[in-house]
Structure formats: structure tokens, C-alpha cells
Design a protein around this ligand. Sequence first.
Ligand SMILES: Nc1ncnc2c1ncn2[C@@H]1O[C@H](COP(=O)(O)OP(=O)(O)OP(=O)(O)O)[C@@H](O)[C@H]1O
Ligand SMILES: [Mg+2]
Length: 319
Amino acid sequence: MSAEKAIDIKNLTITTQGGRTLVDNISLHLNKGEILGVVGESGSGKTLTAKTIMNLLPENLVCKAQSFCVLGADYLTMEKKAKKALVGSKVGYVPQNTGSYLHPMIKIKDQIADGYLLYTKNNLEEALQRARRLVSAVGIRDTERLLKSYPWQLSGGMRQRVNIAMSLMNKPRLIVADEPTTALDSTVQMQVVDLLKAVNAQHETPVLMISHDLGLVKYYCQRIVVMYAGQIMEEAPVDEVFANPKHPYTRALIKVIPSLNMKKGERLAEIPGQITAKRSAGPGCVFKERCSYCQSACERDIEVKKVNDKHFYRCALDL
Ligand SMILES: Nc1ncnc2c1ncn2[C@@H]1O[C@H](COP(=O)(O)OP(=O)(O)OP(=O)(O)O)[C@@H](O)[C@H]1O
Ligand SMILES: [Mg+2]
């Protein structure tokens, strides 16, 4: 694996034990110092991919890959214990479901300090000092009260902010943030993403940022991967995704970005139809049923095409 890559995955497939494909042969990399946005609507496999990186894939699922490296470590040959230590000490994780990630019966101050104490030689007071700084950086004013609270006493937005602070406790060398801003109002959203961006700028920490929101990703990421029904539809530097989107699904996503000039009460454009699982879609493009350009060529299996060294897309047509 190249030392320049914080994440380097080749041909990852995740299936259920019954053989249903949830993530379908994806290859994904995150360069050192880069913020990569992974976008795509619900059910496209973003969280499962993140969970595999975090060594948290549910046990009922089966995962296969040709290669899978995180921070230079080879997941395919590594012992479970070593993987856990690597992730715990070096990877900051903002899970999508913040409620179930925090233990409901343990006070925030004890949870937030836990990983830090386990993996650094610092004491509890140093851990709490760092925790205070980080929770105030995510916009929480009454830090003492927050630290003394139990998760069930906090709103979803507060829990999400705790998770973001927690992901930064160990000065991670990689951050995986799964929808880090969904439960937050727009001012706090910006604050949180600005914080991740500042950490990235200051320490060159690579960030894998998963989001539904292409508008948000546009402003914070250097490169974008667009997923749909477990496959990568397009991958390109952010400017190119917006200037020259090649895949009809990417184009459709760009169209539904909420515009700042929208009038009050105006409805958001929606992509018609619903995501279809690969198995039920049969052969050919997984997006074909919803694609306004669909032709007979889309019924065959689709090759990945290359626009240049950094821009790839999976579409039978040359639009
Ligand atoms: N433990 C599981 N067992 C079976 N199927 C699962 C399991 N976890 C997820 N799935 C299915 O895998 C698919 C991908 O799920 P995933 O959570 O990765 O989607 P996502 O892109 O993160 O969606 P969202 O935007 O809603 O978070 C979905 O169809 C989901 O129902
Ligand atoms: Mg998800």
C-alpha cells in the first residue's frame, strides 16, 4: 500500500449471510491530509463501509476485499486485538447513530475520558481538561453541566456534539465522520464542520466525511465519492464533480441541493423513484429504473470509465 494513503480499499463487498449484496465491489482511498466526501441517498452502503473501517461491522454480515489498509495497517492479515487497538488509539469516529454509541448509564465525563486514558499516559484531570476544550469548541457553553450529565438527559444534537468532541480526544490520525451534522441546526452545523476542517488544516488529519448533503460536502471536501445501491457511481475532485458531472445520478443529486435562493415554502426537487437493491435490480446499471437517460445499453453490466486520472464514473452512456 502507498504510504500516501490513510485508507486504501480494493474491491470491498459486504453481503448478508443469505447472500444479499449490500456493498458491491467498491474501491476507495483517502489520501493523507485530504477531506473526502462520501455522498449518496439512504441505503447506499455509506455507513457499512465506515463501520468496516472502524472494525464495527455487524456480525451477521460477511465482508470480503482484495486489499484493505488503514493507516498503513493491513486489515486482512491483522489480529482482531491489534485492529481494535489501532482504531481505538488512532481513528476518531463520529457514528451516525449517536444515541446507541454512548452508554446511557455512564456520565459523559467518564465516557469521554475513557479512550483517552486507555491509550495515552495522561491522567483523568488532563483528560477532562482536554474534554472541556473540545466540548466548548463544538459550541457547548455549560461544559461542567454537560460533563456531569448522562446521555439520556441530552438532546440528539447535544449527543452528536459530544461524539464529535469524543472523536477528537485522542488526537486521531484519521477521522471517520458519518453524517456528523444531521441532528444540528445550521449554525452549529457550520461550527462543527469548521472544527473538523481546522483539525484537518492544522494537523493534516485525513477525514472521511459521509453525508446526504452534497451542498455541505462541496464546501468542505477536496474529493467526492458518489455511492448508489452499494456501488460507486462517480469519483472525482470536488470542482470537477460540479463542473462536469458524468453520471446521471450525480447530476440528479446536484439538482436537489437546496439552493440558498429558494423562496420560503418552495419544495425541494426530489429524485423520482426509490433505491433498488442490486439483487432485485437484475443485471445492468443499478440506477437504470430511475434514470431519465436509460437505454438498452444500460441493461448490460457497466464498466467503470475514466475521464482522467482522478475522475471515474460507472455509466454505459457518454453524456
Ligand atoms: N446488520 C445488517 N443486516 C442486514 N442488512 C443491513 C445491516 N445493516 C445495514 N443493512 C442494509 O445495508 C444497506 C446499506 O446500509 P447503510 O447503513 O450502509 O446505508 P447508508 O448509505 O449509510 O444509508 P443512510 O444514508 O440512511 O445512513 C441498507 O439496505 C441496509 O438496510
Ligand atoms: Mg448511514
